[in-house]
Design a protein around this ligand. Structure first.
Ligand code: UGA
Length: 431
């Protein structure tokens, strides 16, 4: 098949490379010349494990092509995927302006005959119906657009694996042809198939992300209970999670959920609820706990770090990505700078993006050990693997004070205590 992706972020670029790798001809349309030139040279722009290699391979085979020109890609495509961002507006509502803009351009360039237009962007319920109207109004008379919603469930940091091994592939459409075409396209990919209508596909996406956020906030709420009562949240959640009806996955307490998806999608679902005159108090609580857990962690630092030169390990919103959008680190760093802390930072991938945000206000290191030199406290905000078995004896000799604030519970309290550290984590007794 010939496929076009409009948008080359985590969803657009990763999925485009995978469908190209299956032997399809894939166009990717962007709107910035500089970025399209970088992509043509196998620079994926974003950091995602394995993506550069996959891009290189498919560029060499001429199966993936990048352009700014809709006229090159759309007329020859059997399927067009919309994969542009839907960032939050001030009021939490999803900003659909670029989505509608590209939809119109797609419509104007549709060829004679049938094309499936499938939306991968996360959009409020009812949006795909609007896409249908825009396409109908903008397309040439001889063209036919069949709209589908095909939401994406990949995670940053494991995007290629997730796309190849999804738990489910959701296809929502009123068109039998669109459903059949998308089933055929996804044939090499494992996972259950869910065939449904447009509105259900749209709500499935938000519900999934809101449920994940709910699990995290619930774990964090229980962490507060444990801190106040002297219980150990990890033991509590391990035991609770052994009940197969509940499970332990995605219930890791810490400094809360960040990134470009969970925070935005909880906000958007709150807004959708309000529009539909449904009380979204439950989701507002999920959001509030996410804020309280960051504040609670910050409070531990502010009340227990007597000196103000600290080191932060972990800047990205989760491991294996350089993405710092809505990362707990950005929030915590801004608050600590406001309290006149001097901060050294180390992250295996998130340094350049953090520099764009904080510039010279921080001292950046290429190595976790040089970063802790003379620090009066070490703060851990992302659970990168390389921190989990770091040489803490060496860390202790380098630091001015043996004090750790662990926002991801990566160490066992007794082990760190034995090494002579004072140790604060989340939902467990300080030692
Ligand atoms: C999330 C969803 O997991 C994907 O299924 C979805 O496709 C994607 O959003 C999207 O809508 O595009 P992502 O934001 O990449 O993926 O990352 P997650 O693995 O969900 O992590 C989100 C945040 O939750 C991170 O800050 C992570 O540290 C935090 N988290 C995760 C916890 O605090 N505790 C946990 O137990 C799990």
């Amino acid at each position: 098949m010939t496929i076009t992706f409009v948008g080359h972020g985590y969803v657009g670029l990763v999925t485009a490379c995978i469908f190209a790798d299956f032997g399809n001809k894939v166009w990717v349309i962007g709107h910035t010349k500089e970025k399209i030139e970088r992509l043509k040279k196998a620079d994926p722009i974003i950091y995602e494990p394995g993506l550069k290699e996959l891009l290189e391979k498919n560029l060499r085979a001429n199966r993936i092509l990048f352009t700014l020109d809709y006229n090159k890609a759309i007329p020859e495509s059997d399927i067009v995927f919309i994969a542009v961002g839907t960032p939050p507006k001030e009021d939490g509502d999803a900003d659909l302006s670029s989505l509608f803009e590209v939809t119109k351009k797609i419509g104007q360039h549709l060829k004679k005959g049938k094309t499936v237009v499938s939306c991968k962007s996360t959009v409020p319920v009812g949006t795909n119906k609007k896409i249908e109207i825009i396409l109908r109004e903008s397309k040439p008379k001889s063209a036919q657009a069949q709209v589908a919603s095909c939401p994406e469930f990949l995670r940053e940091g494991s995007a290629i694996y997730d796309t190849l091994n999804p738990d489910r592939v959701v296809i929502g459409s009123d068109s039998k042809t669109a459903i059949a075409t998308l089933i055929e396209l996804h044939q090499p990919i494992d996972g259950k198939r869910v065939i449904t209508d447009l509105a259900s596909a749209e709500i499935i996406k938000y519900t999934s992300n809101a449920m994940l956020a709910t699990k995290i906030s619930f774990a964090n709420l229980i962490a507060f209970y444990c801190e106040k009562s002297g219980a150990d949240v990890e033991n509590v959640l391990d035991a609770v999670g052994m009940d197969k009806r509940i499970g332990r996955v995605f219930m890791d307490p810490g400094v809360g959920y960040g990134g470009s998806c969970l925070p935005k999608d909880v906000k958007a679902l709150i807004k959708i609820g309000q529009t539909l005159q449904i009380d979204p108090a439950f989701l507002i609580a999920v959001e509030n706990i996410n804020q309280q857990i960051r504040e609670g962690f910050l409070h531990k630092i502010l009340t227990n770090a007597k000196e103000k030169h600290i080191t932060i390990w972990g800047l990205s919103f989760k491991p294996n990505t350089d993405d710092i959008r809505d990362a707990p680190s950005s929030y915590i760093i801004a608050r600590l700078l406001g309290k006149k802390f001097t901060i050294s930072v180390y992250d295996p991938a998130g340094r350049e993006n953090t520099k764009k945000l904080f510039g010279n206000a921080l001292t950046y290191h290429n190595n976790p050990y040089t970063a802790v030199r003379n620090a009066s406290a070490l703060v851990i905000l992302t659970e990168w693997n390389e921190f989990k078995q770091a040489d803490l004896k060496k860390v202790k000799t380098l630091m001015k004070k043996p004090l750790i604030f662990d926002g991801r519970n990566i160490f066992h309290p007794e082990m760190v205590k034995k090494l002579g550290f004072q140790y604060f984590s989340v939902g467990r007794k300080p030692v």
